[in-house]
Design a protein around this ligand. Structure first.
Ligand code: ATP
Ligand code: MG
Length: 400
């Protein structure tokens, strides 16, 4: 275990055996049974699809079970291999061949809902073809049960539903980790972390680690909560290239538009890899921003539908060639966030006014020169946030 010490906890404590998996036991046992049935010839359905919310153990389950059974695990991130050719070539090759020593292999196509998008019909067709002829069990995972791309796949797979983990289970895991690491964390903190995770064990473990390492304070946990839902929204939005699906995702999110625009601004380049995709995406984003500004100033809510379209469908549709891949999003920095948020809400620009008063410079210079510098400073060392707040004499609560 010493070797693992540098790994983030979510990896360090990734289950390697059935016993370490918590929750969803009926589903996991069903999966195990199906894998075992391969020992007696090909089962009726040669693929399994694990569907459920993030951080509930889908990817971990297949890893742990393969390990227990001594099956070799061959893993593909389905969303990285979007096009027909690569799926066919890579997966077909490993699915259609016996292993040299006759041992069993499990093929994992992780995150197949990343396949959604007009360009990927071939991707699903290719998978269906692989399933038909595979001599090894194929296991797929997905988050979104409504993804239209899964429709065909559902018919050809045994479907195993994963649910959010019960709060008590999450608490139990967190308590165990605290004990194993001989650290002191109050029961209250553990409960709070668990409750904010809402059954996503990955989020819970990662928050607990951050708190123990002092990376975030407990009070910041709530902000982390919105962060998770922003990240989910961005992830889902960039998984699809279908306008209707993108629009649905934006309609369903509980993240406010202002923060979405800022998060997009900060992260859109991660998904839009070519300059023309990026140009389209940024253009849609600035039109959305324009509409949102107008809506706030004129209280003209009729425009909201347009703003939403530009924020969702148009941005999603700008990704025409770069494949979806999982990325780590960066948080937009607070000075900009506060400044923009306040400007939009018409509350005035307290931050800029303070800087301009203290430094005795114009407001526009305060924005151009100081805000950016403060951003860089905070990025380099988050602790200066406090000093800056004190220097400006503003309440920290403003930045929430
Ligand atoms: N059921 C579980 N039992 C034990 N650990 C879990 C479980 N679910 C999640 N974890 C912890 O969270 C981490 C992430 O879990 P995992 O990758 O299996 O989630 P997932 O369901 O595949 O999520 P996603 O849909 O985002 O891919 C694991 O490495 C492990 O530390
Ligand atoms: Mg997974």
């Amino acid at each position: 275990m010493m070797d693992d010490a540098h790994l983030p906890w979510i990896e360090r404590y990734r289950p390697t055996t059935r016993k370490e998996l918590v929750g969803n036991s009926a589903g996991i046992d069903g999966l195990l049974e199906w894998l075992l049935s391969w020992k007696n010839g090909y089962p009726n359905k040669r693929a399994a699809l694990l569907i459920g919310p993030p951080g509930t153990g889908k990817t971990s389950s297949i890893g742990a079970l393969a390990n227990d059974l001594g099956y070799e695990l061959v893993e593909f991130n389905a969303s990285d291999k979007r096009n027909k050719d690569s799926i066919e070539k890579l997966v077909l090759r490993s699915a259609g061949q016996d292993t040299l020593d006759g041992s069993r292999r499990v093929i994992l196509l992780d995150e197949v809902d990343g396949l959604s998008g007009t360009g990927d019909r071939g991707g699903v067709a290719a998978i269906l073809k692989v399933i038909e002829s595979s001599v090894h069990p194929i296991v797929m995972t997905a988050n979104d049960p409504n993804s239209p791309r899964l429709k065909e796949l559902l018919k050809r797979c045994i479907v195993i539903q994963f649910s959010l983990l019960d709060n008590e289970i999450v608490v139990k895991v967190l308590r165990r980790l605290v004990k194993e690491n001989s650290v002191i964390v109050s029961q209250e903190t553990i409960e709070r972390v668990a409750s904010i995770s809402r059954g996503d064990l990955r989020a819970a473990i990662s928050d607990l680690e951050s708190i123990i390492e002092g990376k975030i304070s407990e009070d910041e946990l709530e902000a982390r909560d919105t962060r998770t839902s922003v990240e989910q929204t961005l992830k889902r939005l960039f998984m699809t290239t279908e306008p209707a699906m993108a629009r649905l995702i934006i309609n369903q999110t509980d993240v406010n538009h202002d923060s979405l625009v800022l998060w997009f601004e900060e992260n859109i380049h991660l998904h839009l890899g070519t300059s023309s995709e990026l140009a389209h995406g940024l253009n849609s984003l600035s039109i959305a921003d324009l509409y949102l500004g107008r809506i706030m100033r004129q209280q003209n809510w009729k425009l909201l539908a347009y703003a939403y379209d530009f924020l969702s469908s148009f941005i999603a549709a700008s990704r025409t060639s770069t494949p979806y891949r999982r990325v780590t999003y960066s948080e937009p920095l607070w000075p900009l966030l506060v400044w923009k948020g306040q400007r939009k809400r018409g509350k005035g620009d307290e931050l800029i006014r303070r800087i301009s008063n203290i430094a005795n410079i114009s407001k526009s210079r305060a924005y151009d020169e100081y805000i950016r510098v403060i951003e860089v400073l905070i990025k380099a060392n988050p602790k200066v946030k406090k000093d800056i707040t004190q220097w400006l004499g503003i309440r920290e609560s403003i930045f929430r």
